[in-house]
Design a protein around this ligand. Structure first.
Ligand code: NDP
Length: 488
């Protein structure tokens, strides 16, 4: 049985009250590790460690600590070393992630590669972030400088722990913040290892701390802590709202990434050979547990039958198996998530939605695992819960439209606005759709499920606000100071 503790001040450390939590393997439902069950005392210790790394021992004198004294090029060098260490431990990290989350090894390997790339990107960006000089009255020189918020809190969900620590902590460290991370209790192991590698890369003690535990204990304590200067949250809407309220009580800015109900819009002239594998992957990747999953397909009525038939053939051959057997789908993360997905499917059946295809389940799956096969539904009405709410499972719904305006209204017709995809060869229509869709990212004749590290990512409407990834994230992890010099 693996035992992992918090990582605070570059040391592995038990919870203040010694409590632990069991970690289940989603492929078997059996416990295989324990982690520390952190509370307010542990969060407080981590926040103090981060503050010391940044400001040193004396309060009121900022940036005197070892991390605060590390210049932008130095931060970049440490992140570059970390990118190299992550690449060197690629297999180990992928195995940890796969066991912990149930994702097939090929997905976990892709996540480990992405993690290294995030650190590489932000390593290169660290010393390219700068302010501006502004025209003002005669006799003045006015400039802006970008300064780190200070101690940043990162609340990370279980679906892509490595990718999400890469994009949020990578950018926060590059900008000069010290970080306190609260991973989901279901998926901490890879992140604890990443923090050890960061120490090995030369990150000063306290610059990156990880406190494990439950959301309503450690997570809530992090959001409420007055020493946290910025919070980056990825997860569900209700929890995002709770975190925002707690942060508002101490005037702490929050970046929210709250998932979506992303549509791929397929017009009459779409190249289905290109579109179908992308549409399938966008919903089955990580067993549908992806904030930017393409969970709706909107299709021009003239192509509905053809698209449905071809998607049904693809779905019928998708296989669900254990994480190590590396099939198209692994198990869902936990029993609660399986119940959630089953609930949506039961409602779809009760409401008579046609099930066009079911994927295959491998034989002899462990009885305790949280398995779900891929499901393709047709003729999903626009107001059905499957078309409106985040299922977070491998369930794709098809709906037809009769005009471009109807396609736009359907695509925009949910509370969410994270990502959308458009499939058409008509250039003017591509641009009209790209401008009309109320989502943070629009993909034309491709679908990136979040896109690469270079591409700013985040939502409109109930998908949240603020942007992660790309250079844009660095602006979010800094605050702008204006300095006006009167020199005559
Ligand atoms: P949550 O939003 O509850 O969890 C996300 C993160 O927030 C986890 O680290 C969690 O910790 C933490 N958390 C939970 N409660 C609090 C709190 N009171 N204060 C601070 N942090 C807290 O999502 P769930 O795991 O419950 O999943 C439910 C649904 O949310 C999914 O079915 C899916 O629809 C959506 N979701 C969306 C994600 C996305 O990428 N946008 C990611 C994950 C879920 P812990 O897990 O330890 O409780």
């Amino acid at each position: 049985m693996l035992t992992r503790l918090h990582f605070i001040d570059n040391e592995s450390t038990a919870a203040a009250d010694g409590r632990v939590l069991e970690v289940l393997d989603p492929s078997t439902g059996e416990s295989f590790a324990t982690i520390a069950r952190g509370g307010a005392d542990d969060i407080d210790r981590a926040v103090r460690a981060a503050r010391r790394a940044l400001d040193g021992a004396v309060t009121g004198l900022p940036f005197r600590g070892p991390w605060g004294q590390t210049d932008a090029a130095g931060r970049g060098r440490i992140l570059a070393a970390l990118a190299g260490l992550v690449a060197g431990h690629h297999q180990e990290l992928a195995e940890l992630e796969s066991r912990d989350t149930g994702k097939p090894m090929k997905q976990a390997r892709a996540d480990a590669t992405a993690l290294s790339r995030y650190f590489e990107f932000y390593a290169g960006a660290a010393d390219k972030l700068h302010g501006q000089t502004l025209p003002y009255q005669t006799g003045y020189t006015v400039l802006t400088v970008r300064e780190p918020h200070g101690v940043t809190g990162h609340i990370i969900p279980w679906n892509y722990p490595m990718q999400i620590i890469g994009r949020s902590v990578g950018a926060a460290l590059a900008a000069g913040n010290a970080c306190v991370v609260k991973p989901a209790e279901d998926a901490c192991l890879s992140l604890l290892r990443v923090a050890e590698l960061a120490a090995e890369a030369g990150l000063p003690a306290g610059a990156l701390n990880i406190v494990t535990g439950l959301g309503n204990e450690a997570g809530q304590a992090l959001a409420e802590h007055p020493g946290i200067d910025h919070i980056s949250f990825t997860g569900s809407g209700p929890t995002g709202e709770r975190v925002s309220r707690a942060a508002a009580a101490h005037c702490c800015p929050v970046t929210l990434e709250l998932g979506g109900k992303s549509a791929q819009v397929v017009f009459e002239d779409a190249d289905l050979d290109a579109a179908i594998p992308v549409i399938v992957n966008a919903i089955v990747q990580n067993c549908g547990q992806t904030c930017s999953a393409g969970s709706r397909v909107l299709v021009a009525r003239a192509r509905q039958a053809e698209l449905a038939e071809r998607l049904a053939a693809a779905f019928g051959s998708l296989r669900t198996d254990t994480a190590t057997n590396d099939a198209d789908l692994g198990p869902l993360i936990n029993a609660r998530q399986r119940e959630r997905v089953s609930g949506f499917l039961a409602q779809a059946e009760r409401d008579g939605l046609p099930i066009l295809a079911r994927g295959q389940m491998a034989a002899d799956l462990p009885a305790g695992g949280f398995y779900q096969q891929a499901i393709l539904l047709d003729a999903v009405p626009r107001d059905h819960p499957v078309a409106q709410q985040e299922v977070f499972g491998p369930v794709l719904g098809i709906s037809a439209f009769d005009s471009e305006d109807e396609a736009i209204a359907l695509a925009n017709g949910t509370p969410y606005g994270l990502v959308s995809g458009v499939w058409t060869e008509n250039g003017a229509r591509q641009m009209r759709l790209a401008r009309a869709l109320r989502t943070g990212q629009v993909f034309v004749n491709n679908y990136g499920a979040g896109g690469g590290v270079e591409l700013p990512f985040g939502g409109m409407k109930h998908s949240g606000y603020g942007r992660e990834k790309g250079f844009e994230a660095l602006y979010g992890f800094t605050t702008l100071k204006t300095i006006a010099l009167r020199h005559g």
